[in-house]
Every structure is written in structure tokens, then in C-alpha cells.
Design a protein around this ligand. Sequence first.
Ligand code: UD1
Ligand code: MG
Length: 343
Amino acid sequence: MIAHTVTGLILAAGKGTRMKSARAKVLHEVFFKPMIHHVLDAVSPLHFDQTIVVTGHQAEMVEKACSGYPVAFARQDQQLGTGHAVLAAESVLGSSPGDVMILCGDTPLIRTETLRNMLSGHRAGCQALTVMTTYLDNPANYGRILPDGSGHIQAIVEEKDASPEQKEIKEINAGIYCVDKEFLFKALKGVGTDNKQGEIYLTDIIAIAHANGLRVQRFFCHHSIETLGINSRLELSLAHATLQKQLLHQLMDQGVTLISPETITVHGQVKVERDTIISPNVFISGNTTIGYNCRIAPFCYLRDCRLGDNVSIGAGCYLHGAQVGANENIDPHSRIIDQIEHI
Ligand code: UD1
Ligand code: MG
């Protein structure tokens, strides 16, 4: 029996024109790490046989940013569309039979569990192609899903090519696909550039599948926020806020009081014991542990700190690598650095 492989293919060659930036879009940070790391971290527990990142715009920088991950690269020298990006990876993908899970480097909120469910649904359905979709109240700028009348997908139409009626459709393409490799490349060779952007759209393979009598399965993502595609600075801030909110909700669930949580930043390996109260405009990061029943006054910065139980930190402190014993009070405006080895 020939092994059936699964390859992850992450499209990251685009410039990200709408970001209005000198930096490649996938290198912009979302919640303190490059956007593309979120996607790579989401796929890594899936243990694909191979993961390929398609690079192009600022390829060296993007490849360097991914160098800590077990990935191969394919170069797309000119950015002629998402379909063209997949074609650029054809030789790296090889010709052994298998499935390809295609993702975009600009969807940092996607979760491993969702991808895992999609992959098993794709396999169970035995179809050539599965597309992740969701509903959005404001579907602007996403590709719209055209249903075929029997519960499957007939085609995807991009916003720029959509008629006013099609723009009313609220089911959108998340830009994540599971597809049989052989079908993928056969179909892509039949995709033209007859669209408003003059690009080779990956999304055109859906209509090709349908025209060939193949059923296109949908995998519906119930948490639509996971499919957020970052094309602008506004969406970048929304992605950051979403991840920050999730972490702060976890802290509150564990018994920590956050006053005006929308003004508080917490990230890294931070652990906080219950009944601690964190005031507005506090920034906590790194490998920081905070004990039980502590009080952190407003405008404090804590990084790589260890605070015992019942500690009180006055307003406006700068603590980097500070070790504060149980029951101690730190005066407002204190600056403590390097008491413990930085990690
Ligand atoms: C794409 C989909 C759209 C979907 C949306 C989801 C197409 C034609 N459209 O639109 O249906 O709703 O994603 O977020 O696929 N890229 C390359 N090379 C290129 C062009 C793009 O590698 O030549 C990469 C980009 O770096 C990016 C990803 O592909 O990571 C998607 O490209 P983008 O321009 O953001 O497509 P959207 O307009 O968002
Ligand atoms: Mg996009």
C-alpha cells in the first residue's frame, strides 16, 4: 500500500498591500509574535508529513522568521495570486499521493482543534476538496460561498468580482482547504486570470471541481473569529485584542481580579494566584509569577518577576527580574532590576 501523506501548505508570499507597510504582512506581530508563527504553532501538533511555506515578497526575511520550525520553503517570485502561490510549491510537494491542507499565513487565530476536525471530516467524507467556511455579519472583503442547492459548494466568488446579490451572501471562505493533491494541480492548470485582479485565484478550483461532478464539502467553523484574515492594521489590532482577551478571561476564571481589563496587558508564561488584584494600565510579561492576594497598583511594568503572597506593588513601578518576598510592600515609583537571572 502506498502511504497517504498529508502536507501542510502555508501561503505567505504576498506583500499585504492593504497593511501600507514596508514589512511583509505575515511578519507583523499579533500578540507579541509574528502572525505566521501563530499559524505554524497551530499546525505543528498535527504532525504533517511535510509543511511547506510559500514565500516571495521579502522571502529571505520570512524564511528567517520561520527557521525555528521544521518547514520547507517554496519561492513564488512574482505574486500572481493564491492559485499561483500553490503552483509555485508543486515541485517541493512531490508527486506521491496524498492530501494537502492549504492555509493562509494571515489567519493567526485559527486553532489546532479546528484544523484537526476539518482534516478528519475531509477524510471521512472521501471528497476531493473540503473548504472551511463561516458566517459573518459583515462579510466584506472575503470570498463568498455560492451553494449548489444540495448542501455542497458550487463556487467561490471574490468580493471584487461579486454581483450586488452575491455580496449579500454571509457565508465566507476562510481560506483554508483540504484537497487531494492530484486534483489540486490538475485543476489549477485550468485556472485563468479572467477576474478583476488579473490573478490566478486558488478559489477557482471549487468551480472546476463542481463542473467535473466532484462534490465540494464544507467544513463549517462555528467560532467565526478564528477565520479572521488580517489584511489591514485594524484587523491586526482586532486579532491582538482577541488573544489578549482570551488570556485575561482565563486569569479571571482562575480567581484573579482585573480592574478595567481592557487596559491590562498580560503575556508570556505569567502565573497569578487567586485573590490578587491587578489595577488598570498594568503590563506583565515574561516568566512572571505572582502569589496569592497581591495588589498591583496602576501603571506598573513587571517582567520576569517573582512575587510571593500578600505583596503590594505601589503605582508606577518598573520591575524587571525582581524578587519580592511574601508580605512585602514596594513603594510607588520603585525601579528594581536584575535580582533574578533573566530567562
Ligand atoms: C483570500 C481568498 C478569499 C478568502 C480570504 C480569507 C483567494 C483568491 N481569495 O482573499 O476567498 O475569503 O483569503 O482570508 O484566494 N499570497 C501569496 N501569493 C500571492 C497572493 C497571496 O502567497 O500571489 C498569500 C498571502 O501572503 C496571504 C494569503 O495568500 O497569506 C491570502 O492572500 P490575500 O491577498 O490576503 O487574499 P484575500 O484577499 O484575503
Ligand atoms: Mg487575506
